[in-house]
Design a protein. Sequence first.
Lengths: 323, 490
Amino acid sequence: MLENEFDSDLQDDLGARFQILVCIDGSDESYSGLRYAVRMGSDNSADLTLLYVRPVDQGLRSGGLQMRVARENMLKWGVQLPGTKALKKGRDMLVEMGFMADDWKEQVVHTDVSGDPLGDNTTVYRNDEGASISLKLLVSPRVDRGILDECEVGSYDITIISMSETAEAKEHAGYISPATTFTVATQHRGTVLVARELEEDHGHFMCVDFTDKAVQAAVKDAQIAARCHCPVHLYSVASSEEERETAMDVVAGAKAAIEAEGLSIAGESIGLGDPVECIVGTGRKYSLIVLADTSIKGLRRFFTTSVAYEVLQKAANSVMIVR
Amino acid sequence: MLADNAIKKFINLRTLGHFIDDRRWLFVAFIIGAALYIAPTPEGLSREGQTVLVISVVAVILFVTEPIPLPSVAFMIVIAQITLMGLESSEVARSLMSDSVLFIMGSLMLAVAIVKQKLDKRIAYLIVRATGTGIYAICVGISFVCGVLASIIGEHTVAAMMLPVAVTLVTLTSNNPKEVKGLAAVLLFSISYGCAIGGIGTPSGGARNAIMIGYWKDFFYDPTNPETRQFLVDYVTWIKYAYPIFLAQLPLVTFILFAAFKPERKTLRRAVAKLRKQIELQGPMKGSDWASVAIFMATLVGWVTMSESVGLGTIALMGAVFFLAVGLVPWNDMNSGVNWGVVWLYAATISLGVEMKASGAAEWIATSFLGLLGPMNMDHGLPLLAAYTGLTTVVTNTMSAGAAVAVLGPIALRTAEIANENPLHLGFITAISSSFAYFTAAAHPAFTIVYASGYLKASDFFKVGWRMAIMSAAVLLLAAKFYWPLLGLS
């Protein structure tokens, strides 16, 4: 199939359906992210893309023999390569969870990549209702670059990426390191869910401040939470007793904006003290801590910090940055 | 519209950021190079020698970090030799091509041709038939076969061929990698360390060996002086010095692997039975299989009997041409399976190595190094050999073994001259210890290939590697002390 035809077919469906990108590296954490994606796309209302990025082989390391020769030999023996194995495990999970059926139509697309003869490989499964699941095995000079490029071209509504430093996670050939996750979370222009000890059914802990951006993020999070029938708890922090009133107004404003969209919240509360510590501590019992993106970009981030990125670094559970 | 422009500007800035981020090591290398180039010339070093060292430092940074494609590093070395050192372009072009480079080119083409012949299943069959189903015996068998083959045709060829055998044995034992972590480790490391220790056995075992043979000939052989004939090291002579070192390490590899990892199974009866079934489906050897074996054997015989007269490289090329002429492998496969950039890189590095000797840079480094070793009484005899073993082991763990020998070779040989040691002695030490790149997954071509299976952790390599490095260094120095003098090398 020609790549152009494939792209135009895919583009026809984009926009109408919720698009979720799940970065897979073979670790348990990345599959818990996939399970959460399935909840968000329940009733096949979302298209899933499972992405595995493999760095381009460095020529000198294999002594002048292209790694492709070794990989092709493995394939001839019927041995699955790590990326394929990790993606197929994801696909099998989707079948087990009933998100996908064995009779979905399959299309395979190969794209040559300069510097890596095995290139990019995508397998797309579609059903008659137009739902699609894509398994993408891409090569890129760096894993974070590959993920960001895919985010850029795919117009995804949400990107799910794992953050894990367990020994189990590090064993995987395609391990997404915390540095990679942090780069993607900070540089991507869309919403990113960083999956870390992701437990379902504990709801979203939506943190808001006085900015319009936070209120918009709260509405967007409520929409996402509604997809997976997750309760939303609104939260704001006052740095002193005098600011408590303002914080309550902020929560009330966000609640009103959410209800104006026909959605509801499960609860609301105000914290008192350091915003990062309050959010990380109180948010621990929820599935996700949700924050709006910071406006700090580029070099300024070296010198200043933001609540969102500090929470991302310090939280023990999953964090979603809404943009 | 304004928003579109802002997004475009943002994307452009990000692209620029990516560009700078990708090439940060290129900038670092150039800044270091420029600083060293304009720095005052150290005492005892010529301006030309300083320039060669600057080029070497920049090249080494670029080899290790790869911010730009490898062939461009090779061409940068060529350009720098012409522009910074004032050498004639034809002279530099001539220095790029030598028998060592022909050998690297030919052996890589042979590697692709041999991997494509599907002889791996037959080799696997021979191994399990000879070893039975005990895991220890299978690991010994794999190390032995990988080592013997790697000593002749290069480790990357053998690793690419044997990797599916080990992975198939693992997957036939259990589909859950977590249940067979130890088993996978001993099987896969048997391939990688078997290849790593085997590569030293013969001149055709690796580019590093051919490069050292080339240096001995270029630097010391004088056709008018019969005494310098000893520096024309042929295939059999190399085997006499190096093969026993490989064989001595062989039983220790499996011992070390089993000390580092505990396989979950003691026998692979079911997996071996399934593997045998798969292999038997291939049926008896076909005409093309026999033709492959015949060309391989003819190449080996050519290396043993004719390498002194026509060169290792010529015979490797003849083998590759035979594979093409008989139609056993299409040119496109060979062309796409070889990373030609690496061939250029070796060519440029060898050329730089020759200049390092000619410009006096090698002598300056050798003298400085001996000056450091002198106070510790390590500037002669076995301690000097131990120091070079350590130095080469460190360097080879940061870049490829071939590049390490290309860079360190001229320095080691000049050191031998200054310290009144036999250059053959330090040459063998440098070439053999360049295979002690055991610490990381990227240090050896065989490691990189085996690591791609996804069954090993990067940290596993160090877990075995430090034990292996101590063992290999000890065996090498014992051979230098007690065995080589028996061959007349004192």
